[in-house]
Design a protein around this ligand. Structure first.
Ligand code: PLP
Length: 333
């Protein structure tokens, strides 16, 4: 089906702005650094999942769903945006949240996204250590069906070909901005986890002729494994959109050097990147995704991999609400 004909709800404030980052750029020796403010998608404090949910929840409503379920880490931004979208659409929402080993203790368990999930009226189930959240979600979905509800399960991170369409749309916005401003980006930088954002951008780049390299900084796995995950989602997305690219595997660029000890666990480089970005631009990153990607971006300048003339766009995928769960990790007790 043609991209523009695929059913989509309107949940996001879009197009999101693209802003120049002169003061951060000055620190990095460039005046060619911009940010796409997908942290400003609007719904329930925003973030990248709102774009995915516009397509996923169109599908859910089409099936007659009255309850949406999804799964994520305790401070999942995806879970929080799903809860907000469900509230907006009058759907029940059940979230299966998994503990994440090595993350901060007290605030992580009740502040940030966890607090917001409660405000949105979602039902929260905390998986026990070692329990598989996806399995729990499908068990709960089966139980809800038996009770007469119409459940709809959303995969981790909203990352299937339907969710990834949200980032095809983001690529369309970038292409439109480039045309209007007569600026073409050389590099697009993002944090990559469940891979839907990168897959969508890659498909969107093919569809709307973006020439930039799309570089994903990993937050949960090594680069090679992440590239395989991105490819496994991008291929069916290309098929769905009738796109073809024999060179696709070579276009998938990931960097696993900034994950640190693991998903959600703070690193010194992340903390530095979060602070410098806040202090120079008043821009709030997050500790789990964009902070680690920004650390990778800083290093790309420091190592000379990016030069002053490279035009670089950082996709701010959101996540700042999780900062409140990381107060002690960021500032100590
Ligand atoms: C703030 C933020 N940035 C980036 C990502 C990664 O996006 P994806 O899972 O599509 O790779 C997520 C996913 O949860 C996120 O919450």
């Amino acid at each position: 089906m043609a991209f523009s004909n695929i059913p989509k709800l309107s949940l996001a404030h879009a197009p999101t702005p693209i802003e120049h980052l002169p003061r951060l750029g000055e620190q990095l020796g460039t005046q060619n650094l911009w940010v796409k403010r997908d942290d400003c998608t609007g719904l329930g404090l925003g973030g990248n999942k709102t774009r995915k949910l516009e397509y996923l929840l169109a599908e859910a409503l089409d099936t007659g769903a009255d309850t949406v379920l999804t799964v994520g880490g305790l401070q999942s931004n995806h879970a929080r945006q799903t809860a907000a979208a469900a509230a907006r659409l009058g759907l029940n929402c059940e979230l299966i949240l998994e503990p994440v080993t090595g993350t901060p203790e007290a605030l992580y368990h009740h502040s940030g996204n966890v607090l917001l999930n409660r405000l949105f009226g979602a039902t929260l189930t905390l998986a026990k250590p070692g329990q598989d959240g996806i399995e729990l979600m499908h068990q709960r979905s089966a139980a809800l069906s038996q009770e007469g509800y119409k459940p709809f399960c959303i995969p981790v991170g909203g990352s299937n070909t339907t969710g990834a369409l949200g980032y095809v749309e983001c690529a369309r916005e970038i292409a439109d901005w480039q045309y209007r401003n007569d600026i073409e980006f050389d590099h697009i930088i993002l944090a990559t986890g469940s891979a839907g954002t990168q897959a969508g951008l890659l498909a969107g780049a093919a569809l709307f002729d973006l020439s930039a390299t799309i570089r994903g900084f990993c937050v949960s796995r090594a680069g090679e494994a992440q590239s395989e995950l991105v490819l496994s989602l991008t291929r069916p997305l290309f098929d769905r959109l009738g796109l073809c690219d024999d060179a696709l595997p070579a276009r998938i660029v990931t960097d696993g050097d900034y994950v640190g000890p693991g998903y959600g666990i703070e690193t010194e480089g992340m903390k530095h990147a979060v602070r410098v970005t806040a202090e120079t631009e008043g821009l709030l990153l997050d500790p789990v995704y964009t902070g680690k990607a920004m650390h990778g971006l800083f290093d790309s300048y420091h190592s000379g991999f990016f030069g002053p003339d490279d035009r670089v766009l950082f996709i701010h995928t959101g996540g700042a609400p999780a900062l409140f769960g990381y107060e002690t990790a960021l500032f100590g007790d």
